[in-house]
Design a protein around this ligand. Sequence first.
Ligand code: SF4
Length: 378
Amino acid sequence: MSWGLYVHVPFCLGKCAYCDFVSYPFVQAEAGRYLWALRREMELCPATGELPLTAPDTVFIGGGTPTIMPGKCLADLIRDLAARFRWPESAEVTIEANPGTIDRLKLAGLRTAGVNRLSIGMQAAYPQTLATLGRRHTYADVIESVQAARDTGFTNLNLDLIFGVPGQTLDEWRATIALACSLEPEHIAAYSLEIPEGTRLFQLVERSELEPCPEETELEMYQLLRQNLARHGYRQYEISNFARPGHKCWHNLRYWHNGNYLGLGPAAHSHFNGHRWSNHSEIERYVTALDAGEFPLAEDEQLDRRTQMAETMFMGLRLKWGVNLLAFRERFGVNASELYSGEIDRLLRLGLIEIADDHLRLTEVGLPVANIVFAEFL
Ligand code: SF4
């Protein structure tokens, strides 16, 4: 069985203005307790009874900002994970990094420990936009990080970008895309800004101190992104993800295929064949449970078949090639086109989806309004 391993490192330099991820300001002593607990969780995980005997073929160390950790701690952790889960050399091993938290020494240590893909949180290039987002780096830091990654042998780089930021103009976004492309990453992921309740940006918008980006501008930015990245040789393979040939992110493809993965660390989620569970997100509860020799379980559910099928549909529709209808029938023993005939007919009539080569996919019209399509299958 093919599966992926995700490890959550919940520390950052500080909180970005739009962030509602599980992340805490980095404090050495806290990080030490977290690392101890994570190793304990590694030992305990066969107790879930779900872990297959095979090794994972993708590994993703995300956060937070994993690279906020001292280089040696991080490299030791990756070696311990590799010893525990025995992934092959061919596995895709990604780590997320933020500019300003990596240098040649740290990156060389990560390469030696087996990391072969680096995902850098560039987000924006212009100082005002970076300030609005509450990011702590500059575009110059991004250039330096990419250079350091290349110098230490990374040949698979992703840059994350955000558009639809209050105050960001179309011209600025066009220039940001060009600046990102000039760094020649193999992969670019670009998301429109969400402003979750409880974040600093949300409060500023609530107090009318910031004007959210108009929806039409956001749509124009999305189309600009797709056209410009295509011109630079990036192929879109998911709503927000673009890759040069041979550089799709295999770990993330697993999520969109509604596949199997094990998550370790606070707030990490796991899924094996319809069994889904998650860990405590508060670091204190996570550490305390493991200290008591217990699995840090927050939620545990067995998804019914109907839910598994619906999730396979709307996750698969995120992909440019869409849902493979033959694979769906093989997995669930039913034809998606019969099961969802009403929904599919309606969406076909609206021109939001199409069926071709045994795949059900979003059309050019459906792509920018994908959420409307997904809602049909929920
Ligand atoms: S770097 Fe990412 S996880 Fe950390 S605070 Fe910023 S948005 Fe949140």
